[in-house]
Design a protein around this ligand. Sequence first.
Ligand SMILES: *Cc1c(COP(=O)(O)O)cnc(C)c1O
Length: 450
Amino acid sequence: MTATKILLEESEIPTHWYNVIADMPSPPPPPLAPDGKPVGPEALSAIFPDGVIQQEVSSERWIPIPEPVREVYRLWRPSPLYRAHRLEAALGTPAKIFYKYEGVSPAGSHKPNTAVAQAYYNKQAGTKRLATETGAGQWGSALALAGQLFGLDIRVYMVKVSYDQKPYRRSMMQAWGAEVLASPTDRTEAGRKVLAKDPGSPGSLGVAISEAVEEAASREDTNYCLGSVLNHVLLHQTVMGQEAKKQLAMVGEYPDVVFACCGGGSNFGGIAFPFFADKAAGKHIRLVAVEPTSCPTLTRGRYTYDFGDAVGLTPLVKMYTLGHDFIPPTIHAGGLRYHGDSPLVCQLYHEGLIEAMAVPQLATFEAGVTFARTEGIVPAPEPCHAIRACMDEALRCKKAGESKVLLLNLCGHGHFDMSAYDKYFSRELQDYEYPEEAVAKALERLPKVG
Ligand SMILES: *Cc1c(COP(=O)(O)O)cnc(C)c1O
């Protein structure tokens, strides 16, 4: 029997982040102001520190990881790669399934990989406070942790429906010293605007982003941090793919297919991009982003310029979008609720260099439960999407008698998401396909460029 856990030494924590732009046939088009003119990096300086802005626009292939960031990474990195022997046996598949497990971070997901870097660059720049949003709670937790480690005050606008559903995520953020508010709040213009239209609004990631950006833009001592979507975030996450590649090489394997769930694209980019470097150099490998049918951004959205937030404070970004005022159904239990996606992921998808698929909610939880009952780890609802897709591929391999090597990103554990599992066990969850008319309607409200 080959190894179950494949482990690296602390000294093997990557020394550089990998910037996929260097290997893209065509980089994503630039962000635009509403007048249609490209937005330069200087426009970002009201809410981001220099170190982060430089990375956002960089085309350097390798960017050094500062030593203080690697020092913090040592608390949980390198993360383990597992061979899913028991899941393979349960499925009776000849495929080899490997999973990279990011639930070993203090916050329980991959998010601290970028939170720590962003807190570091803000501290360097003399920032005192950071404002951010959180949907499912993982990003707020990650930034609360990172803020504590680098001595920054953190305020988190938490989407109201999650604030109510996940009280322990809030307690966790408070344990790390952060202040947590249920969004929409009446403290910002953006929040008041939403509450005026709908006093009982469950909130959305887009609205919470608007609130946090507004606060950061209007306070000299405060910057903003985003947990996904932007180039620098995906850059920081590439430590996962680099480690996974090394770990697979230790057991003499290379993946045929890589699966990751896709909300804003950061855990997908983080695991997939270091393999994309090989693909760009001619290697055959499939990279598959998996999203929910209730928020089908890549598979059913339109590739066009749209705002990153709900009320239109951010520059226009070219991405697959369901429309910036898209409010995902509250029946959807996962955290993959953003209306858009990373421009890097979108451009690669648009060019057919990566794949995307959507999976329904019930089959997703079924896969998560199968995973928990075989491998032991209770996955967060988000990576259950990748597990579903990977299991389906393993079952196809069984039919075809193929022993492909499959890699999936188990980007977080589900210990704070048990209310979603409760709903699944009590049969309250339903499959939900976002209606075509609603997609078409939201797309009618896309901004006119120029
Ligand atoms: C935030 C989060 C996601 C969704 O964001 P991506 O940027 O698409 O990775 C998925 N899974 C987990 C565990 C998360 O914390």
